[in-house]
Design a protein around this ligand. Sequence first.
Ligand SMILES: Nc1ncnc2c1ncn2[C@@H]1O[C@H](COP(=O)(O)OP(=O)(O)OP(=O)(O)O)[C@@H](O)[C@H]1O
Ligand SMILES: [Mg+2]
Length: 266
Amino acid sequence: MNQYLQEAEYAADDVVISMRNVSKQYSKEAPAVTHADFTVREGEFVFITGETGSGKSTLMKMIVHELTPSAGQINVLGYDLNHIRHGKIPKFRRNLGIVFQDFRLLKDRNVYENVAFAQRIIQVPGAQIQKNVLNALDMVGMADKYRRQVTQLSGGEQQRVALARALVNKPLILLADEPTGNLDAETAWGVMQLIDRVNRDYGMTVVVVTHDRGIVERMNKRVITMKQGEIISDTADSAGEDFYPDDTMPLDYQDVDADWNDDYEQ
Ligand SMILES: Nc1ncnc2c1ncn2[C@@H]1O[C@H](COP(=O)(O)OP(=O)(O)OP(=O)(O)O)[C@@H](O)[C@H]1O
Ligand SMILES: [Mg+2]
């Protein structure tokens, strides 16, 4: 790619994630990620796929600043993650909704408390928490089970609660590492449809790691494929300017806020 164009692309206002020549080496063995170079724009839905050990989770952990790269630059939502000050990390993470394969719910609390916990961490005023939590649970179809202990839920239900918890703080980016890895095909498809809906309805940027080729093929989104630490293909590179179907164009976040539940300062 022409160097000038490449610079322009990285500098574009609507780029929410950019990796430039990023590598991660855990030890003297082969690097887990090598020369990763891509951008994600506001409102995009991106799958990251590839065989086991290809570096997908390592890439995701660098995006959320759980890991720092051995080389290269990462910028997420305007934060230069190579130079972010320790004290700024919580504020940075508030913009991210994270979903894990194994749900990671608090097993000694009920559905409501699991989602409310995310709001308490960012000190949302108590009066707003109830409305926000019930809204988020409603989005994932779990509002009627808000008092249930999470240990009494099916895997698919638990993942929907985890999704509500990731969404309740209205993140700008939803990052999910194998969110359907522990679910049967039908339940997995339901969870993926919910993720697709938040992307379409709220313009939320979504990055999903999955092994599941069936889901990737059925969803028809941008796909970044990794192999032995390298990005070996990215459908955005070949799709050109017309990649986005009209109905997946990013929404203006002002409209999104108005549509969603109560506003509050984060
Ligand atoms: N904490 C770690 N210390 C050392 N090596 C690691 C560590 N985490 C991952 N690796 C290695 O880095 C490589 C990439 O791992 P990563 O977890 O990113 O792969 P993945 O694509 O997410 O795989 P999977 O599909 O199995 O989750 C693998 O070779 C793995 O063994
Ligand atoms: Mg992984």
